[in-house]
Design a protein around this ligand. Structure first.
Ligand code: NAI
Length: 349
């Protein structure tokens, strides 16, 4: 099924209002989810609406949260999320961080007690659109083994970075610190396909190619990805006084309780470090040079981070956004949720 960006946004917004969110929150969550589907990040778009709706309806996402914001120093602040919708918290916290970086050159804004915030690229791009450089990172539920381990300890702990250029290109590097998301394993399971032995391990910690034997995911690049996911957990968890590592709440176990997750935005105003125009021109030059680099056999051309998502958006603007039929049928139905997620394990099983 193909839908326009506007239709997708409106369908999601109406569903969230039915689930109990107020107009503003429903708008913000739907905007972030539409961004994800529009960029081709379907793992973090409309596919999540039913889960969020169930969690909102059961009280595990605060429908009318009381947010707090405390500026703790010239460049630092803590946003209390009251376990409201993570997408709205992260959006509002980024707006604050951008304002602070305009005043002080740098802003570090932590968010505590929030729920899942989706595709982090959305938030860092908000800063790049205002000539800032931004990094965002957050915790997620334990899914990945520590390097050499057998049991999940850290989440897929994503990290995103964005920077402006002198033209309309924005760099958006946005990734999970696991080789693959759990969704890709589910996909392989449903198609009875094998998976590469670099994605996940079985119960003994051995790499597996059988999607049905997967017990936990592997960090990207071995010990280096393991270190990176630990860094994300410390900066977006311990630094904010919320639970860490294996103590981070499960996505599905109890939908009646808030998740108490943490997230961190770092915004840097280039104008406080160098000439802003020269900085942006250098980024444009870098992108031109990368696009001019010879491609290895089988690659066609070199892309910069975020470019392929923008190309997908341009395609979807012409053809409509591709949405799985079942998801579309749910979105246009009167149903809020089907009680499918509460009490499930980390793999939603
Ligand atoms: P991915 O593997 O599709 O892409 C990672 C990065 O690599 C992107 O910046 C992409 O632009 C770049 N890239 C991919 N192919 C490229 C190519 N051929 N040339 C140049 N650059 C290329 O992303 P991943 O790891 O699957 O993450 C997807 C989304 O999931 C992200 O938006 C992330 O924030 C989100 N996420 C959110 C979580 C949460 O708890 N909120 C947890 C985990 C992921």
């Amino acid at each position: 099924m193909r839908v326009s960006k506007e239709e997708l946004f409106n369908l999601m917004k109406q569903k969230f209002i039915k689930a109990g969110l107020n107009e503003g929150a429903a708008h913000d969550v739907s905007d972030v989810l539409t961004f994800a589907d529009h960029r081709g990040i379907h793992s973090h778009g409309a596919v999540r609406v039913e889960y969020y709706s169930e969690r909102i309806a059961k009280g595990g996402i605060t429908a009318n949260p009381n947010y707090t914001f405390e500026q703790t120093g010239p460049c630092s602040a803590v946003f209390g999320g009251d376990n409201g919708p993570g997408h709205q918290v992260a959006k509002q916290a980024m707006e604050k961080a951008i304002d602070m970086a305009k005043q002080s050159g740098v802003a570090v804004v932590g968010m505590k007690n929030i729920s899942h915030s989706g595709a982090l690229g959305y938030f860092v791009e908000m800063a790049a659109e205002q000539d800032m450089v931004a990094i965002s990172m957050c915790q997620s539920d334990p899914m990945a083994v520590p390097f050499g381990g057998t049991e999940p300890y850290f989440g897929t702990n994503p990290i995103a970075f964005s920077a402006p250029s002198a033209d309309d290109r924005i760099i958006t590097f946005d990734m999970a610190t696991t080789v693959q998301a759990w969704g890709k394993i589910l996909d392989a399971r449903s198609k009875n396909e094998s998976i590469p032995d670099t994605w996940a391990v079985d119960e003994t910690g051995a790499p597996t190619t059988n999607a049905r034997d997967v017990h936990a995911l592997l960090p990207i690049s071995g010990a280096k990805g393991y270190g990176l996911m630990m860094m994300v957990d410390i900066l977006s968890g311990s630094l904010l006084g919320v639970p860490h590592g294996m103590h981070v709440s499960s996505m599905y176990q109890d939908l009646t309780k808030g998740r108490d997750l943490g997230q961190l935005h770092i915004v840097i105003n280039p104008a406080y470090f160098t000439n802003l125009d020269a900085f942006k021109r250098q980024i444009s030059t870098m992108l031109d040079e990368l696009k001019g680099q010879p491609a290895a056999e089988g690659y066609g051309e070199i892309y910069y981070p975020g470019e392929r998502g923008k190309l997908r958006s341009a395609k979807y603007d012409k053809e409509g956004i591709e949405i799985v039929d079942d998801i579309y049928n749910y979105l246009v139905s009167d149903d809020v949720h089907f009680d499918r997620y509460h009490g499930k394990n980390r793999f939603a099983e």
